[in-house]
Design a protein around this ligand. Structure first.
Ligand SMILES: Nc1ncnc2c1ncn2[C@@H]1O[C@H](COP(=O)(O)OP(=O)(O)OP(=O)(O)O)[C@@H](O)[C@H]1O
Ligand SMILES: O=P(O)(O)OC[C@H]1O[C@H](OP(=O)(O)OP(=O)(O)O)[C@H](O)[C@@H]1O
Ligand SMILES: O=C(O)c1cccnc1
Length: 470
């Protein structure tokens, strides 16, 4: 599923590329920045995800014969198509580590390549990074409230078609434990897990018989769905009967699952019945349109739920349709570039850049990232990107450079990490962020600033552009 054709792009990329090619500009260099403008879920941070998939996809990106035939049928010219036949991405990529926490308006990743290569990869880059970052952020918010509870991704059936595949990967990076999604589990080496559907219980005349057969099938990880008919009068008592039968065979029922009604009430009443039967080890799983707010509320009600299965709201990044990540030109053919906009917030930052995270002596983030030019080794004073009279002295902080070269000459430079490693890294980074940035309501705003040199360079380009218009 990671084999994408180079036609996984928008037509305008190819239309522009053909012009560069015909004008003899195919070897002109370009630098593009990837960043987003608005944090999803009105939250205080985002979790960067999708990098390893992107690098793998880019290193294998090709136009095959059928792609070229199709493009020919769309009016692309033979000489350009001959060039595309040999297309390989041979550029460099600098990136923040996958799993790190990231903030709006500062580069997360930079592409340095010839203009055609840099342009052709734009769409797949945005497609993979925006979606996985959105879902990893949602997952991380759910993990924040769920404490030690087990989190299962149940989203494949509700996802936007094949997006469910990458959503599962992102969910694990954000802190989920396992998934019901078999192909993602196989390909990404993720723990796979699952319970049973209502249809299984309905297909029997008798709920108890359905539970018995299911428990015989997979006794080691059996979870019984108890709400098909009547949770407390039938589902839980029948699950208890089966748990006792398993005990007589030295086996243990893993859990029951609740999927409707008041989950707090049913979890408490079910827990009482299980404990009274000496089954305190049988866990309680819950599902049904869960998200970070419902889970937080359930735990505040002290609902004894050990496992949460989350589908729709996780994999669709509800209520945000998408992360608004963009890919903007910062340099072309060696010259710094900006995009002027009516809105000062949308004026881009020129040049190849580095991003520095400010930390105190104990290694905690102080809540600020500074953007400097790539050759600057630290930023002494950072300026508000849009309100130049606001500045902050950074001399007393430790500064961590966040962008590292991850691809050169089209070759991946970083070692592949397991999703567990990326997830653990993400948790560590999140633990360095003060709690005020993690609350759901009006989180503290993380400061992003630019160095004096970058500010002056941008101002020069703004003035030059104004001169031209005169
Ligand atoms: N105790 C609770 N506290 C907070 N939210 C809850 C609680 N119990 C359930 N919810 C959430 O409330 C929402 C709707 O629950 P509701 O009981 O209406 O579900 P339903 O789909 O209508 O169930 P049913 O299948 O019984 O009709 C779901 O998102 C569910 O997760
Ligand atoms: O609510 P979500 O967060 O999206 O979680 C996934 C939902 O998908 C299943 O229901 P579905 O009705 O599809 O199948 P079922 O018959 O197995 O309950 C499951 O029981 C959950 O309720
Ligand atoms: O295993 C489950 O219980 C499951 C899987 C997918 C969707 N809903 C539930």
């Amino acid at each position: 599923m990671n084999n994408f054709s180079a036609t996984y792009t928008d037509q305008y990329q190819l239309a522009m590329a053909q012009v560069y090619f015909k004008k003899g500009q195919k070897d002109h260099s370009a630098i593009f920045d990837y960043y987003f403008r608005k944090l999803p879920f009105d939250g205080g941070y985002a979790v960067f995800a999708g990098l390893e998939d992107l690098l793998e996809v880019i290193s294998n990106l090709r136009f095959d014969e059928s792609d070229l035939e199709f493009l020919q049928s769309q009016g692309f010219e033979d000489e350009f198509l001959n060039y595309l036949k040999e297309f390989r991405f041979k550029g460099k990529i600098y990136s923040v580590a996958e799993g790190d926490i990231v903030f709006p308006t500062r580069p997360i990743l930079q592409v340095e390549a010839n203009i055609i290569e840099a342009q052709i990869i734009e769409t797949i880059l945005l497609n993979l990074l925006n979606f996985q970052t959105l879902v990893a952020t949602k997952a991380s918010r759910i993990r924040l409230v769920a404490g030690d509870a087990t989190l299962l991704d149940f989203g494949l059936r509700r996802a936007q078609a094949t997006g469910g595949y990458f959503a599962t990967r992102a969910a694990i990076i954000g802190g989920f434990d396992a998934t019901s999604n078999v192909i993602a589990a196989k390909n990404f080496n993720i723990p796979v897990s699952g319970t049973m559907a209502h249809s299984f219980v309905q297909s029997y005349d008798d709920e108890l018989e359905a539970f018995r057969d299911f428990a015989q099938g997979r006794p080691e990880d059996c979870v019984l769905l108890v709400d098909t008919y009547n949770t407390l009068k039938s589902g839980v008592p029948n699950a208890i009967t089966v748990a006792k039968e398993l005990e007589s065979r030295r086996q243990k029922l893993l859990a029951i699952r609740l999927d409707s009604g008041d989950l707090s009430y049913f979890a408490k009443e079910s827990r009482k019945q299980l404990d009274a039967a000496g089954l305190d080890y049988v866990k309680i799983a819950a599902s049904n349109q869960l998200d970070e707010y419902v889970i937080k509320s359930l735990l505040e009600q002290q609902a004894p739920i050990d496992i949460f299965g989350v589908g729709t709201n996780l994999v669709t990044g509800d209520p945000d349709g998408a992360l608004d990540g963009v890919y903007k030109l910062a340099c072309s053919n060696g010259k710094p570039r900006i995009k002027i906009s009516e809105s000062i917030f949308k004026v881009t930052l020129p040049h190849k850049k580095q991003v520095f995270r400010m930390k105190d002596e104990s290694g905690k983030c102080i809540g600020a990232d500074a953007i400097g030019l790539y050759h600057e080794s630290t930023v002494e004073e950072m300026f508000h990107p849009f309100e130049p009279y606001k500045s902050m002295n950074l001399e007393k902080f430790n500064q961590e450079a966040l962008l590292h070269k991850v691809m050169e000459n089209g070759e991946i430079l970083i070692d592949k990490r397991s999703l567990k490693e990326i997830s653990d890294y993400s948790m560590t980074r999140l633990s360095e962020l003060p709690i005020e940035y993690k609350r759901f309501n009006n989180p503290h705003i993380y400061k992003i600033g630019i160095s004096e040199t970058l500010r002056d360079e941008r101002e020069k380009l703004i003035q030059a552009s104004k001169q031209k218009l005169k």
